[in-house]
Ligand binder design. Sequence first.
Ligand SMILES: C[S@@+](CC[C@H](N)C(=O)[O-])C[C@H]1O[C@@H](n2cnc3c(N)ncnc32)[C@H](O)[C@@H]1O
Length: 485
Amino acid sequence: MGWRMSKSYENLPGAAGKARFFRPSRYDAAAIFAGSPPSVIFEDEVFELENISAAGAGCIKRVREDEGAVPAGASGVLRLTQHGRDLFLGAARKVRRVAGPGGISAGFELEANRFDLDWLIRENASVLARARSMAAPDLEPSIAYKTFCADATAFLGGYLLRIQKYVAPIEDRCSQDERNEIARDLAAAAEGEWLDLIARGNELTAEIHNDKQKRIAYKSYTERTVSQILMGGPGWARCYYKPAGYPGDYKIMNYGYEQKPEGETVAEKFLHLLGMSASRFVITRMETVAGLIADYAHARRKYAGEEFVITSVGAGPARELADILEETPEDVRWRVNLVDQEPAALDFAFDSVAHLSERDRITVRGLNISFREMLRPSGDNGVFVSNDVIYSSGLVDYLNPLLAQRFVKRLYDFVKPGGQVIIGNVNNLATGRIWPLEYVTDWSLYFRNEDEMRAMARDIPDAKVSVVSDPLEAVYFLVVEKPAE
Ligand SMILES: C[S@@+](CC[C@H](N)C(=O)[O-])C[C@H]1O[C@@H](n2cnc3c(N)ncnc32)[C@H](O)[C@@H]1O
């Protein structure tokens, strides 16, 4: 796929959503139009495009009042324009108009034809690429940040130059194993300095991260410099282009868990491995959550053969299950619910469990639904009621504070007295991963500090709340314990 089509976690539906009623896929406009979607003009009203499907568009007008605007239900002419050029013109109906804190949002449904999304994306891209004003955002990063990007680029370039000079001429004669070995040696030699650079990038970007205009400018600068080099590594490219349609798909997660060289050439493998040292936190995150769950079982265990019921939301490959089995006594059994909107992730998890030597101690059920289904009052949610532990790593990182808080409260209501909710979320410390994720690969997350972690449990007054860290100090875990009856 040549363009980036990214959906937000909040909108990933899972099978239940899809099975209930068919809707054409709706895409985040900023993501599929490379951060610069066309404007939407309906009659004389101008909107920002927020999301689009083949059949319609969701838009917003950043005003408080739109008196005199075309009312909901009315038909008219809808245009999509970029830099003065019409990309689409057709009959549409305004199906929705809702005033909210961010402005007035409106939904449009095409009446006669459909959007050719692939064509629109290409045409929008070609207009943008030719437009002169696109050259750079008005705001420039600080000299310190530009110097840092130059240092990072020179550091990477130095290794690539050595590879080009000494390895490339003999590369054809090397087997894959030999190439892997060279790449591993080079990445090991580079690792110390590379991790220092990441820490410096984290510090410099954490300072400006909450200023949206600066964040855009810093990201744009990083993408034009450091990212251009790193993108030669398959892991970096997958993180940046998000070919599954959303960030953090189970294949990306598995790259991080397996830490193997990927790509054809030594240069590609080397760059990929630098990404792997940056993503080692997925392993420590998984090990920490497994440790917390094993601790729970050790503390609560009353009799031989006891079974604990746990649920992982946004389970992905569910690698922690192997560790949980390993870290708990042989007579402890586990009943596990895995929730994920991606069927392929659940397939992978089931297959992995089937190959575990201790698979007789575990019963796994996969729920191909969105976490949003769990928020609804529904009999289908019975499987979560009275669970021992409900945990979620790498999902709440995508949810805004209000939704995150609602989600944690809901999980808390599900668990049994004495049970726990455990939430893993990337932090914003210098030891974390804010720079490589958000700035190098445009992987946007809520990088939460300790107070923001605790805030997720704010409206749960009776709970015992603590925040713990993974050993790399890249991820915080919120542990919310329900008092025993
Ligand atoms: C970053 S991965 C983390 C996976 C796993 N917890 C781990 O630590 O390896 C996030 C997972 O959440 C899933 N996901 C994304 N949006 C979701 C949604 N709305 N409902 C359920 N799962 C979702 C993705 O498919 C992906 O497998």
